[in-house]
Design a protein. Structure first.
Length: 277
């Protein structure tokens, strides 16, 4: 089962966290990912940590994709950040609307991710490969599934090259989303986001916040394991490996792993699947 793979990290907040993440990256590089992306961290923190982690990945000889959000931003500010990223050697962006950092009010010159994509293309041409987000189970703030689909289409028509999905545990939701995208005449690759199951409480908290559905049978099994971490991870490995196999058969163009800045579970999952980037 050979598919392109990529890994997502979030910027560490301490020197100790940075050192730990450096070791995690080295372990995962052995799987030869296509690229590694860096988020803003929970709650939409500042870009400083993101850019620092991106620089570290580039210095290690790996292609790095910087998350790049626009909520509350000005055109002048985005233009300056694009120039900084280009000077760093970044060639791939994940363009998002993003969350407002705490303490910030609404404002800025961009209202939707499609506005940001269009601006990046107008300012930089083809200097960046632009990834955008996709939501097979519908964005939690969308007015309707159709409105969410049209929002995705707007990002693609504005110039996005490909998409990475929010994680999910229902392969049918992904297949239906891709079918809907193709029905609109859009042929961009839609890469599934994969969340390895490392623990129960954190997974449920994240899923409730981002709108990712944990099927009832999975949720109940996880709750039934209580504090038995080994059983949770063994069960999670089975569930996610089966999901990846279903996605491969459905024609997924790659897999993007949300590592949570840890290597062991993602590494074991990729090895079990025989994934080599």
């Amino acid at each position: 089962m050979s598919l392109p793979i990529s890994f997502e990290f979030f910027p560490p907040k301490t020197p100790e966290g940075a050192e730990k993440l450096r070791a995690v990256r080295q372990q995962l590089y052995a799987l030869r990912p296509q690229f590694c992306s860096v988020t803003y961290g929970a709650g939409g923190s500042t870009q400083e940590g993101t850019f620092a982690t991106v620089r570290a990945i580039l210095a290690e000889g790996m292609d790095a994709a910087s998350h790049f959000s626009c909520i509350g931003a000005t055109r002048a500010g985005v233009r300056a950040q694009l120039a900084e990223l280009k000077a760093m050697g970044v060639k791939r962006l994940v363009a998002l609307r993003g969350d407002l950092p705490s303490g910030y009010g609404m404002g800025g010159e961009f209202h939707y991710a499609s506005d940001l994509v269009a601006f990046i293309r107008a300012e930089t041409g083809r200097d960046f490969h632009i990834e955008v987000a996709a939501y097979p189970e519908v964005h939690p703030q969308a007015r309707s599934p159709e409105a969410d689909l049209q929002a995705f289409a707007a990002k693609v028509r504005a110039g996005a090259d490909s998409a990475i999905t929010q994680y999910f545990f229902n392969a049918d939701a992904y297949s239906r989303f891709v079918d809907d995208v193709r029905r609109l005449g859009l042929d961009v690759p839609v890469v599934p986001g994969i969340m390895p199951i490392m623990g129960s409480t954190q997974l449920m908290r994240f899923s409730d916040a981002c709108g990712a559905e944990i099927p009832r049978w999975i949720r109940l099994r996880l709750q039934g394991f209580g504090d038995d971490t080994a059983s949770i991870r063994a069960f999670g490995m089975d569930v996610v490996a089966q999901l990846c196999e279903q996605l491969r058969r459905a024609g997924a163009p790659g897999l993007h792993f949300y590592t949570m800045n840890q290597s062991a579970t993602t590494q074991a999952l990729c090895q079990r699947l025989g994934l080599i980037g």
